[in-house]
Write a protein that binds this ligand. Structure first.
Ligand SMILES: C[S@@+](CC[C@H](N)C(=O)[O-])C[C@H]1O[C@@H](n2cnc3c(N)ncnc32)[C@H](O)[C@@H]1O
Length: 491
């Protein structure tokens, strides 16, 4: 990102409008405080038994639980309530998509379609992640999970050493993660996969073998499941430190793609044994929101680039691709840039995106001030809207950094193709926009109003075709490469 806006972060909770039943003090009693345990050694969780509902259907609330007959701990079951929970009369439907002014119109099919996933997540959380103290209450899920979400968001946006190891083994964090970060993460990965040359995988890949590293609840694999044509079989191997979150992912995958074959492995990826013992090669290796956790802690330091290289060399199938996604923060983006530079310098692995060339990243180490991120539209599921309201945040667009690497040979960049890495600017009456392309970073400069709409309105991170002449110009103490349109401009 150039001339960055501060990435959005939660600004703190709004006071509940009707604080008749505010959040209880102290942490909820863990439903399951077990440490990492292989999925195969844990008893299955009771399921709610209710079938999936559509995204437009009612959101479950919590009522006193039905007693399971198998002697397991009682669980609450979801009960339909109006989607607005405590305020049933209030219209829930926001404008279909919010987009910043001056950004490209959203065309049908542009938006990631989460299908039934948001309502499946709500049902799953209602059935499995209701702290005891809420079991008798009829509270909307966003009220129950608001505090944990706030804590988790705070941990994610703070310096990572604050993040407790194995945080997703804590039920309160799992519940909040599933409700909020999973829909966001799935929509983000769907967007990246559609944008990157790593997708679609070639049709002869049957089944499509996916390795999901630090998968959490299989977020990235769920994105694949939603995009993959139904006639292409899917086989997922998911690895994570938290066994219970892997179980959640397995349950969700079963509901989204009942035919998918899922293998889960729980353990610490820092112990090389886990990956050494992993057999086989994969067509798609996914790593989402992990490297920023990898980069802190751990006694045996391995640079993210070395880790990614090892995973790819040992486990990528011929012609396969790896897709890495991280938050849109400066630090996380620079982890990806470090991986990019390591891969370009040390391996023959191809750079599929977002870069349109392999020269050292112009937003990399030489320019720690800048970073590279993308922004895209999405339609917030009702639960994300409700949780945003509950925590005083608005995740109206998807923001992320990404990197796609492949075993398919370095793609030849299309002529005059650039990626918008900055927002549109006006300086001394001229239009300026930073782009990144085969020549590195350039600034497109239009001194009259004939700025092509595709360039003016492109979403950050979108690719655009701009034809022009390149020259070096001074701007204050700096030199910059300027791209001026070829056609003579009116004066
Ligand atoms: C922010 S979550 C991302 C989960 C998922 N990929 C997503 O995008 O939703 C980070 C995940 O990395 C896992 N993780 C962190 N360090 C790990 C390690 N050393 N070994 C295995 N998993 C780890 C955590 O358990 C957590 O599930």
């Amino acid at each position: 990102m150039v001339g960055p806006r501060k990435p959005t972060r939660p600004t703190g909770p709004k006071p509940p409008r009707k604080p008749s039943r505010g959040p209880a003090k102290g942490p909820p009693k863990p439903e399951n405080s077990q440490a990492v345990t292989p999925a195969s050694q844990r008893p299955p969780r009771p399921r709610s038994g209710s079938g999936p509902r559509t995204a437009d259907g009612p959101r479950p609330s919590i009522v006193k639980g039905q007693r399971p007959t198998d002697g397991a701990r009682p669980r609450p079951v979801p009960r339909p309530v109006p989607r607005t929970g405590a305020r049933p009369s209030r219209p829930l439907i926001l404008p279909r998509v919010e987009r910043p002014a001056r950004q490209a119109p959203i065309l049908p099919g542009d938006l990631p379609d989460l299908g039934q996933l948001p309502s499946l997540l709500a049902q799953h959380v209602a059935a499995h992640y209701t702290p005891h103290r809420f079991e008798k209450a009829t509270l909307p899920l966003e009220r129950i999970h608001r505090d944990a979400l706030l804590q988790l968001s705070g941990l994610f946006t703070s310096e990572r050493p604050d993040l407790p190891a194995g945080y997703l083994t804590q039920p309160k964090y799992r519940g909040a993660y599933l409700l909020y970060f999973v829909p966001t993460g799935v929509a983000t990965m769907m967007t990246v996969l559609r944008d990157s040359l790593a997708w679609p995988p070639s049709p002869d890949r049957k089944p499509l073998r996916v390795l999901d590293i630090a998968s959490g609840p299989l977020t990235a694999s769920l994105a694949v499941a939603l995009l993959l044509p139904p006639d292409v079989p899917l086989e997922v191997t998911a690895i994570d430190a938290s066994g219970p979150i892997l179980d959640d992912g397995r349950t969700l995958m079963r509901q989204i793609r009942p035919d998918a074959v899922v293998h889960t492995l729980s353990g610490n990826l820092r112990e090389g044994r886990l990956l050494r013992d992993l057999k086989g090669r994969f067509d798609l290796i996914l790593m989402a929101n992990f490297l920023n956790e990898w980069s802190v802690g751990g006694r045996k330091k391995q640079e993210p680039g070395e880790f990614v290289e090892k995973v790819m060399v040992d486990h990528l199938a011929e012609g396969g691709a790896a897709v890495l996604v991280e938050p849109a923060t400066r630090t996380a983006s620079h982890h990806l840039i470090a991986v990019r530079e390591h891969i370009v310098e040390n391996t023959g692995i191809a750079l599929l995106g977002p870069c349109l060339g392999t020269m050292p990243c112009p937003l990399g180490a030489a320019s720690m001030r800048d970073w590279c991120h993308a922004e895209r539209p999405w339609e917030r599921p009702p639960m994300v809207v409700a949780l945003d309201e509950a925590i005083g945040h608005r995740r109206s667009t998807l923001k992320y950094s990404w990197l796609a690497l492949g075993d398919r040979g370095q793609p030849v960049p299309a002529p005059n193709k650039y990626r918008a890495v900055g927002g549109p600017m006006r300086a001394a009456g001229a239009f300026r926009r930073y782009l990144c392309g085969p020549e590195g970073r350039v600034v497109a400069l239009f001194e009259d109003d004939r700025v092509p709409a595709t360039l003016r309105d492109a979403w950050r991170g979108q690719s655009v075709v701009v034809t022009g002449d390149l020259s070096i110009a001074r701007r204050g103490p700096y030199e910059e490469t300027v791209l001026r349109p070829q056609t003579p401009q009116r004066r």
